[in-house]
Design a protein around this ligand. Sequence first.
Ligand code: PEP
Ligand code: MG
Length: 536
Amino acid sequence: MVEQEALARAIAAGRQELEGIRADAAKRMGPKEAAIFEAQLLMLDDPVLKEGLTEAIQSGKAADEAVREVTARLTATLRNVEDQYLRERAADVEDVARRLLRHLRGMGEERHLRLPEPRIVVTYDLTPSDMAALDPKDVLGVATEVGGPTSHAAILARSLGIPAVMGAEGLLAAVGEGETMVLDGDTGMVLVNVAAEVLRDYDRRARQTRAAREDVPVQPRLRARTTDGRRVKLAANIAGPQEAKAALAVGADGVGLYRTEFLFMQGDQAPSEQVQYEAYRTVLEPMQGRPVIIRTADIGGDKKIPYLPTSVEANPFLGWRGLRVWLDQPDLFKVQLRALWRAGSHGNLLIMFPMVSVREEVRRAKALLDEARLELLAERQTVASAVKVGVMIEVPSAALIAEELAPEVDFFSIGSNDLIQYTLAVDRVNQKVAGLYQPLHPAVLRLIHATVIAAHRHGKWVGICGEMAGSIEYVPILLGLGLDELSMNPGSVPRVKHLIRNVSYSECRAAADEALKAGSAEEVRALAEAVGRKGL
Ligand code: PEP
Ligand code: MG
């Protein structure tokens, strides 16, 4: 009886705390975030959980032992289900359990993390309530060893505007207290003890991102149109279904890049056709007919998948990566292609293949796409009536044969992150050569230009979905090169839109023409700045 009463008191105290957190989340973040804690409140009243706890206590367990055992069983079950969403709910159960245990052990009120100065928080795991208790003023970023981009903690981080990288394996071993680190929430990258030059570059980008958020109004209804009438599409890069909402909130014209490989990185086996179908559908439906470009999984390079057979490669970025991985395993590839065809019936789907270097790869991928469709039709499944197909231009050879690739596809999307690395022979994750990673290098611009010319000659459109597209210092030149769509992190859309609405296309074109003749990135930067300054 005593234990039962202690449990009841802990539940009551936990409820009171959670109600406070829910109200605070509603005020600071919004109804979606408050709903996370609403769900935790419901867990406290869950009859199955309560029954389990009562039974454990009746069998002689102390209340805290009962909470630990019953919730551990529940989280273990959740962690093993196939559905990713449910898997990530295990963190909520753990959060509730920790709250109850704190009260049962008389540890009193939740203590908020107070940092002596703004810092990046590095930790093994973070529960949703830990995250909600953080003050964005103190916390420069959050990095965790476990978790994923769709965990509730990650969703809350996004709402609070705290850059976060969740699930960085090996993090705790690599980072020491007080060390300098760079955390890039856009790419999910964590760099430790970086060179001063790299630090400066990230610092500049961070300031730009903050400024973008603070002083440019989000004008979702306004279109990105230059002062002289050139309309450019602004799309969002996303890594999971949750971010589709962020894309809509900023008024993106669609999703220009859905990086599906994160779906493949979250378990110890490849996501099934059904899991993939649901993830893609969850993005397509809310976009209400706006185009959604889903990229087939770009595995390899720095994105290793433990369950896929790989050998150690001396040069992984030049090795088994992107489309190459899947063309060697067509049956596995077809799982994704089938899921895409099925999901395509719920919206406006475009499919894109990454890491194309020769034309034959495109033809083989398209043949497999056709086969997948025929299989589904033979099974009488519902599939999209048609999907548009594009390729990423991220290898110089692809840019140089764009003229020959264009008839094979409906669109191109320039992956500048890789195009820069492969053109300049600069590993994009090697800090030692980061100073040579120059987006405005004329060689890169000439390849982009060649791609645009070839595409337009064949009546196809070209977008760019690398990080360059969301950076206002590069946008004037990109516009001038004639790109039809810029796809970026949703948070960058308002600032880029503001810039576009305040520059003239003819000036951008003149600057781009000059840039194509330039001999260095510095020369191009000066040209871009001259136009960009007027737009800000
Ligand atoms: C790119 O290479 O620019 C790109 C968008 O793809 P990722 O960054 O995923 O390689
Ligand atoms: Mg790429």
